[in-house]
Design a protein around this ligand. Sequence first.
Ligand SMILES: [Zn+2]
Length: 199
Amino acid sequence: MRIWGILNGKEDNLVKDLERTALSFEKLGERYGVSRQAIHFFYRRQRITRSVKPRGHQTERCRLCQKLIQISNEPHSEFISLPTIVNKIGQLGAECRYHLRKLREKGLVDERFGRLGSKKVEKAYTIYFKERLSMRSIGRKVGLKNFPSVVRKHRELGWNVPPSLYVYNRRKGSRVKPEIQKGDGLGVDRTVWVSLSTG
Ligand SMILES: [Zn+2]
């Protein structure tokens, strides 16, 4: 290709310029005597990471990005599903994902924000944060069989899932049910925790 002929011998310099400067593709094209598109093609092909991103989209001036940041500042925002975010923004999913990616790249939103795909899981978490219910009961409520394993997986991945408001027994795999026992003659009711094996 003609372009590479012209670049011949200067590729290393171009890689350095792309990696270390904020010069636009247009400016670099002028410097190397090739088109802006040729620089862009080279950049894509070489999989170069630019430390300073000079061109195009500016998050601080983008209304969509600002709205996304606003949503990401809500409590437990990583548990808001992408469909809900898309809905709030009033844009197409693909459009939304583009701006999310830009914001993640800049570290302006959490890496996990907008990753949750399922509205059911989102609904389950909403209940989980507010109500004293077991994960299984929540799962049943929203029609999600594997909610406990979803929670486990998220925890493994480092998501900040707070402890359940429901009281679980220390013993793994058993549930706890409070049972009121009549007083022992002192007129005091005593709460006894009865362990039920889930078998
Ligand atoms: Zn944007």
